[in-house]
Design a protein around this ligand. Structure first.
Ligand code: CA
Length: 401
């Protein structure tokens, strides 16, 4: 029950309650908010007004103080918000703190500390291998032993809606004699799922898979913009660099792990059996249904449940050498690609390296992105009683560089 008027099929129902940061109109003040139905609860104001003990964690204009407060506080805040929106006695007090969702501007929800990007979809790794290295037919020899990743650039993680400037760089087409320099001609996306770290860890002490929910606050959507021509020329032997670091967009609302109980599924069977530090108990696959739209047209529906390596395994792997976690760390899943053609999470794969242009309505075709193209990645997950948990969307438009 709730005193709010909520549509049965709202993606922001009472079982979701994600967190973000917003402003209203031209006001510079940034506030922590929780979308519910077609409104946003101004949590900064609501917590202050009810003299909630956690109110001081919500005044920084970013989620970081709340992230740092730890799992017990995350539970306390979620229980309070649920109570406020459920019990009629709070209605008069809270109604002034509800803002129409359509009137808010969302911002980057947290200050990003370190950013790590994985490569954990088996189908994506197979496709990318076949496209980048036509002679390769198998996964890299380490792929099924460890979740491959790299350290990305935290300072260019940007809010949804931030224009993406086409990067310049060096590229060398396969048949060219020498490299050339200029704007990327193969600008692409990668549809990914991001995990936001709250509780830090101590340098020298690995974080076990069992401690995942003590450290990870929640989940968002990530678009890892990628310049394939720059990437192809630079990536050996040290991995992605300037082909990735120009922009990584994240969705505004961070869905807490507690909202995803009904989305948890068994991950794929892992063979060979991973090392002890990568083993998990319980269900840690997540049944998120992603959708990718180019200029409003649905072009792909990647299923996150098909990912080979799960988020607790990624967290354990990135700390197994003693590297510590910081509040605000973001780690992303890697491109989410399913087995079907319309489940591919990048245009590299959708157009098979540019050889098979994608046909869009109106006789339009695409291989890679053109200036003015807008890409929107959205996702939902199963909630209780047949409901869906909405992640909202991460949006970006390419502008000329
Ligand atoms: Ca990526």
């Amino acid at each position: 029950m709730t005193w709010l008027e909520l549509a049965d099929d709202t993606p922001f129902g009472l079982h979701n309650l994600p967190y973000g940061v917003f402003s209203v109109g031209g006001a510079p003040e940034r506030r922590v908010g929780v979308p519910v139905g077609d409104q946003v609860l101004d949590l900064t104001a609501a917590a202050a007004g009810t003299a909630a003990p956690f109110a001081p964690l919500l005044t920084a204009g970013v989620l970081n103080p709340l992230l740092a407060a730890g799992a017990a506080t995350w539970r306390e805040v979620r229980e309070s918000v649920t109570e406020w929106l459920t019990e009629t006695r709070y209605a008069d007090q809270l109604r002034p703190h509800l803002v129409p969702l359509a009137e808010v501007t969302t911002h980057l929800a947290f200050e990003v500390s370190d950013y790590v990007d994985f490569y954990s979809s088996e189908q994506h790794a197979l496709n990318a291998g076949r496209i980048f290295r036509p002679d390769a037919t198998e996964l890299p020899p380490n792929w099924k032993h460890l979740p491959i990743g790299y350290h990305g650039r935290a300072g260019t993680v940007v809010a949804s809606g931030t224009p993406v400037v086409r990067p310049h760089g060096q590229r060398k087409p396969r048949n060219a004699d020498a490299p050339s320099f200029g704007p990327s001609q193969r600008l692409d996306i990668e549809a990914e799922v991001g995990f936001v770290v709250g509780t830090p860890s101590t340098v020298g002490t690995p974080v076990s898979t069992a401690d995942f929910a003590d450290h990870v606050f929640g989940v968002c959507l990530v678009n890892d913009w990628s310049a394939r021509d720059i990437q192809a020329w630079e990536y050996q032997p040290l991995g992605p660099f300037l082909g990735k670091s120009f922009a990584t967009s994240v969705s505004p609302w961070i869905v807490p792990l507690a909202a995803l109980d009904h989305a948890r599924v068994d991950g794929p069977r892992q063979d060979p059996e991973p090392f002890e530090y990568l083993r998990t108990t319980g269900k840690w696959g997540l049944d998120l249904a992603l959708e990718i739209r180019l200029n409003g047209h649905l072009v792909s529906s990647p299923p996150f449940a098909t990912q080979y390596w799960t988020a607790p395994q990624q967290l354990a792997h990135m700390t197994v050498n003693g590297a510590s976690l910081r509040t605000g760390d973001l780690f992303a899943s890697g491109t989410v690609t399913g087995p079907e053609r319309d489940q591919r999470g990048s245009f590299l794969e959708l157009s098979w390296g540019g050889q098979e242009p994608l046909e869009l309505p109106g006789g339009v075709t695409r291989t890679f992105l053109e200036d003015g193209d807008e890409v929107v990645i959205s996702a939902t997950a199963p909630g209780p009683d047949g409901t869906r948990i909405g992640f909202g969307e991460v949006r970006g438009t390419v502008v000329a560089g």
